[in-house]
Design a protein around this ligand. Structure first.
Ligand code: ADQ
Length: 460
């Protein structure tokens, strides 16, 4: 990190902690593993919601890092979090594949909560600190914080896509969002596409100076750099877990429980309508119907993590997925041998890695995804360079993992062709592709991502 001795402060909607019998511990995940050491070294603080509704929690320390909770009450959760963040911004930024609600009360609460975050950051950030703000929940924080604390360097990173102007401008509060983000010194996106969309929106909607192709925007006496910083995973951690004897035993046990099929196809996602689980199931069902997949030789395992149960679109998506699983098994299963195994739950990391090892073909088919870490995790666990990744063109991961079988999830033929190509792929081809993808993620792991962002921010 090239920000010298400047203390690092991170802000995200959620604190990276969970409550256990032994007290608070950090939540699993590459982002947390990458940032915690940097925060610890610099005596930094993480500011975010601790996930409980109502009530005040004092700051506390976990693994040598100070955690500063932001309190949210039930109304904040329903308007700021479920309402504006997850029912307005999330669908709009993912190609508007579901309708967004545009509700002034949700927007007002989003502003209030963003202000709460910014005021807290202004209070906890030491002189000359570097403040790294994460994600679409906190788009107004950079602008408010800049006014309160002009001495700090502010970075903002968007984990999800940034939409093209013609979608973004549907948002009644579009200019305020752009102005909020322009309070940052560095605005980062997963892909060049997101960066270009943001630059175009800034030119169109607010009075910025700068070339439309240039990644510097000047507005209101302040300059903002815009760039792409594709996030990644802790590759070593996944490799180590995949190499363990116990993991190999578990992977073999999973295959045995599935009836030792020739080919295990796998899907692992949050149960989100952006992930294309329904279209994937339809493609798998079509292939069983047409004989492209054989119930005696092929099995599909879909694990879907429960998520955002309070938002209607999610309940509808779950219903449709479960209907499809039932229909496909109804048509093709034999007693004791389903062709689709479906789990609606969160797995622990060792179980997840064992499943990655057990899967011959990984289906990652979102309609739109900022990056998609599942694709990278699968690649990292393929220690023998075997296995095929079928990957949507509409993910950030597709920019880097170009040796995957790339598919268009909007096109049913592209999905069935892609899955068939993966099933039929020759071993030499599989290995050549997988080893190239493994080399790519080795060069670009999560530490590389965090260092790249912070160096760019600190070097200013
Ligand atoms: P997500 O939309 O949550 O992240 P993704 O990048 O795939 O999507 O990350 C999901 C994580 O959850 C992975 O680490 C995966 O292992 C884990 N996971 C999924 N299903 C699981 C299950 N059943 N049990 C246990 N773990 C499971 C957002 C953006 C993405 C972006 C990331 C990081 O939407 O585009 O890649 O942030 O920036």
């Amino acid at each position: 990190m090239d920000n010298g001795t400047r203390p690092l402060i991170v802000a995200a909607n959620r604190l990276p902690v969970r409550w256990t019998d032994e007290g608070w511990e950090t939540s699993p995940g590459g982002l947390v593993r990458a940032l915690i050491p940097l925060l610890r070294e610099s005596g930094g603080t993480w500011v975010g919601w601790n996930g409980t509704v109502g009530g005040h929690v004092d700051p506390f320390e976990v693994e040598g890092v100070s955690m500063h909770p932001i309190a949210l009450d039930a109304d904040d959760v329903s308007r700021y979090y479920e309402g504006f963040a997850n029912n307005t911004v999330w669908p709009l930024y993912h190609d508007a594949i579901r309708d967004s609600t545009f509700d002034g009360a949700h927007w007002q609460r989003y502003r209030d909560v963003n202000e709460r975050f910014a005021v807290t950051l202004a209070n906890v950030a030491p002189n000359n600190a570097v403040v790294w703000v994460h994600d679409y929940h906190l788009q107004l924080v950079p602008g408010i914080l800049r006014r309160l604390r002009p001495d700090v360097a502010i970075g903002w990173f968007n984990h999800i896509p940034f939409p093209p102007l013609e979608l973004f401008q549907r948002l009644p509060w579009r200019s305020e969002i752009i102005e909020g983000l322009l309070g940052a010194d560095l605005v980062g996106f997963q892909r060049d596409l997101g960066a270009r969309n943001f630059v175009a929106a800034a030119h169109q909607l607010v009075n910025v100076v700068g070339d439309a192709d240039d990644h510097w925007l000047h507005h209101d006496g302040h300059s903002t750099m815009v760039g792409a910083f594709p996030i990644s995973i802790d590759v070593d951690e996944f490799e180590e877990r995949a190499a363990g004897r116990e993991t190999r035993r578990r992977a073999a046990a999973i295959r045995a429980r599935l009836g030792d099929p020739e080919v295990v196809l796998l899907g692992i996602d949050r149960l989100d309508y952006t992930k294309g689980i329904g279209s994937r199931l339809r493609a798998v069902g079509d292939l069983f119907d047409s004989g492209g997949l054989d119930p005696h030789r092929h099995v599909f395992v879909q694990v879907a993590t429960p998520t955002r149960d309070g938002v209607d679109h999610y309940a509808e998506e779950r219903h449709e997925i479960e209907r499809l699983v039932g229909a496909i098994n109804g048509d093709h299963a034999r007693l004791g041998y389903p062709v689709v195994h479906y789990l609606h739950r969160t797995l622990d990391l060792d179980e997840l890695v064992a499943l990655y090892r057990a899967g011959d073909i990984m289906l990652v088919t979102p309609f739109r995804d900022g990056m998609n870490l599942v694709a990278k995790e699968y690649v990292a666990t393929r220690l023998d360079d075997d296995g095929v990744l079928v990957l949507s063109e509409f993910t950030g991961a597709a920019d880097q993992l170009s040796e995957a079988v790339l598919v268009n999830p909007h096109d049913p033929h592209s999905l069935t062709d892609g899955i068939s190509a993966a099933v039929d792929m020759h071993r030499h081809d599989r290995r050549a592709r997988m080893s190239a993808m493994r080399a790519t993620i080795h060069r670009h792991d999560v530490t590389h991502w965090a260092d790249g962002f912070l160096k760019t921010l600190g070097a200013r």
